[in-house]
Design a protein around this ligand. Sequence first.
Ligand SMILES: Nc1ncnc2c1ncn2[C@@H]1O[C@H](COP(=O)(O)OP(=O)(O)OP(=O)(O)O)[C@@H](O)[C@H]1O
Ligand SMILES: [Mg+2]
Length: 221
Amino acid sequence: MIEIKNLIKTYNIGGQTIKAVDNVSLMIEKGDLVSIVGHSGSGKTTLLSLIGGLTMPASGSVIIDGIDIWSMGDDKLSEFRNKKISFIYQFSSLIPTLTVLENVMLPTAFGSHDENAEEYAKKLLDTVGLKDKMTSYPSQLSGGQQRRVAIARAFINKPEIILADEPTGDLDEETEKEILSLFHSMNREKNITFVIVTHDKEIANQAKRKLKMGNGSIKEL
Ligand SMILES: Nc1ncnc2c1ncn2[C@@H]1O[C@H](COP(=O)(O)OP(=O)(O)OP(=O)(O)O)[C@@H](O)[C@H]1O
Ligand SMILES: [Mg+2]
């Protein structure tokens, strides 16, 4: 369960203070699949990074499974994040000097003890349709293929929560359907909680719960 209480994040731009996230309170149950829509600049990415412990709020709290994540020190928070949370970033986040397979396996280098990581990485790459690209480098892939590598990587540490920022942004319709069905089956079978920021009506409509951000605030749809 994720409990978000009175979360505020401000940015100072040229002497002006803007509230990117403006007093958001929200409960997300374990195993939920939530979509967040909203105009560009409404605070969606900022909210995801606050929830995932990447950006520190000005005030308010994020409590995951009873633990206030911002009360932990940096090391503890990294460990907690690595164990429980995966991100699919809005923009490419692959390491250019690593192969596709190495990119997917990278999160296992920080603490996971799964000996079968390589096998699982290959299985995930197969699931996203990139089995034949395992030894390629990111620069040799299309934007949509790179995105699918990032999606495969998000599952490697068997997270409890996946925070996805426009995960199907540059995918064709058919691939998008496959990714969406992967999310739904991982949600169903492994009870992974999904929070998905999207402009896509199909994804939003298929979510169990729909939220909309506007000007830093959030409401149920
Ligand atoms: N690092 C930053 N420094 C200053 N301002 C920022 C920063 N990150 C975001 N903002 C501002 O905070 C507001 C919310 O940005 P955010 O990226 O969360 O929007 P978004 O809803 O994800 O938009 P999009 O749909 O375009 O991705 C915007 O006004 C943006 O300019
Ligand atoms: Mg964004």
